[in-house]
Design a protein around this ligand. Structure first.
Ligand code: GLN
Length: 476
């Protein structure tokens, strides 16, 4: 088995003939097979991935020009379109659906010789924090198989954790890349809103959604970000802010970092995570950073604002699944109206239905101003507040999640507590800012947790470079 390595190391090994792309792919496939019981992959594209590896081996032998992502094996969350491959958002409503085109992110990865190993399990339509809301059943955390890997990109995180691939593409609407990264002890980046085209990403809440990247180290994520980022004529909300070549630099020596005592003192925060954040703040100070306490009055509004707005957007986005255009259609209907109702009743899971109802409620005529408009106003206030904080400071430091990975099934009857555990991650999506979860050790039982850093819009490379230097100083 080939051990965990960075993309640069892999490329150098491939170049020196240490192993071939086919051997590397075989090693990932063997690990994917060995960890089958974790329920990471909905499908592994074994034959196709091996054929592609062989093609690249030939190309290399013949002196052909290899792409920037040669040697990069990627898993793709089941919400991102990959031409001629199944796509279901882990939902029965998309049963049997095949993507007719590639998402722009996929198109760009493939053009640089990355290979896709398979599609990963997730929460249905990205709704959840534990990868338990899936028609394929829960994914297990490789650190402790009785526990969840986080969600909604839980299996994406486990695919990296178990070294079945180098990089996982996930999506992050309110923390779905960072929180599983934290639960599984890997790195997870949510880029700025608009940084990576959403074309081909199944919509959950369009003004929050962003494709995110999970990996073993910041440099691999940086290289993949550089390739996938940038303006896309197929997504009007994609940013034209140019993604310069990834520079792998360490961050300037004395960053100014803000923290919010109102969030770190939050009653829901697990004690061991809190201790670790405080320890990290100390370490940062010792290393020469100025870490500054800032007031933040919005702690109690983050989760409610997020859930009002995202359920509203979800309820309209999901109206396209009517039994006519895609996937599942109920066969037991006497009229057109019945067919719509039955297809949706049979096709959507419990959590998705809950959110459609919430979203429809906050958008209904009598409540629109009280909930939806109000939440939009609060979102603007939070965004203004964050730009003030980040005008003065380079970064904001936060925990990633309030909790450690919980036991599978433990939270099934308590969706509101699960929603509340999103308090630290939704801030980046409400404001469109980039954020990264960095593995930051484990508690006494060996359960991993991450710390989170946010920064100014489009400064993902700063996040990655500080993540590199932080790795040396955090508690284990
Ligand atoms: N846990 C959050 C939710 O359930 C985040 C989901 C996401 O980022 N897709 O909405």
């Amino acid at each position: 088995m080939i051990p965990k390595k960075s993309l640069i190391e892999i490329q150098s090994d491939l170049g020196s003939g240490e192993y071939s792309m086919s051997e590397l792919m075989t090693s990932y496939l063997e690990l994917a097979h060995e960890h089958k019981s974790l329920n990471i992959y909905i499908e592994v594209y074994e034959d196709e991935a091996l054929a592609e590896a062989k093609r690249l081996d030939e190309k290399m032998k013949n002196g052909g020009k290899l792409g920037t992502l040669y040697g990069c094996v990627v898993s793709v969350k089941d919400v991102i379109s990959h031409k001629d491959h199944g796509l279901s958002a882990a939902s029965k409503i998309l049963e049997g659906y095949t993507s007719p085109y590639n998402a722009t992110a996929i198109e760009r990865l493939l053009a640089e010789d990355a290979i896709i190993i398979g599609r990963t399990n997730c929460d249905e339509f990205g709704m959840g924090s534990a990868n338990e809301n899936s028609i394929y059943g829960p994914t297990k955390n490789g650190v402790d198989t009785e526990r969840v890997p986080g969600g909604s990109s839980g299996a994406a995180a486990v695919s990296v954790q178990m070294n079945t691939c180098l990089i996982a593409l996930g999506s992050d609407t309110g923390g779905s890349v960072r929180q599983p990264a934290s639960f599984c002890g890997v790195y997870g980046l949510k880029p700025s809103y608009g940084r990576i085209s959403r074309y081909g990403l199944i919509a959950y809440a369009s003004s929050f959604d962003q494709i995110g990247i999970l990996g073993h180290n910041p440099d691999d994520i940086g290289i993949v970000l550089e390739i996938t980022a940038g303006k896309d004529p197929l997504d009007a909300t994609s940013s034209s802010h140019v993604a310069a070549p990834y520079n792998k630099k360490d961050f300037k020596s004395n960053p100014k970092i803000a923290y919010f005592p109102s969030l770190i003192e939050h009653e829901k925060l697990d004690e061991s995570i809190k201790e670790n954040v405080l320890h990290t703040i100390n370490q940062l100070r010792l290393a020469g950073a100025s870490v500054i306490a800032k007031d933040f009055e919005f702690a109690d509004y983050l989760v409610p604002t997020y859930y009002v707005l995202t359920t509203a957007e979800a309820s309209t986005n999901l109206s396209r699944y009517d039994g006519v255009r895609y996937g599942h259609r109920s066969l037991s209907s006497d009229s057109l109206e019945d067919m719509y109702v039955n297809s949706r009743t049979e096709g959507f899971g419990k959590e998705v239905k809950r959110r459609i109802m919430l979203g429809t409620y906050v958008l209904s005529e009598g409540y629109f101003d009280a909930y939806f408009t109000k939440a939009q106003q609060v979102r603007n206030l939070i965004t203004e507040e964050m730009s003030k904080v980040l005008e003065d400071c380079d970064f904001l430091i936060l925990p990633t999640s309030t909790t450690l990975p919980w036991k599978i099934g433990e939270m099934a009857e308590d969706p509101v507590s699960v929603y509340l555990s999103d308090i630290y991650t939704v801030l980046a999506n409400l404001t469109g800012l980039p954020a990264i979860s960095i593995p930051s050790g484990t508690n006494v039982e060996g359960l991993p947790f991450g710390i989170q850093l946010m920064s100014k819009k489009y400064s993902e490379y700063d996040l990655l470079s500080i993540a590199k230097s932080l790795k040396l100083t955090t508690a284990t």
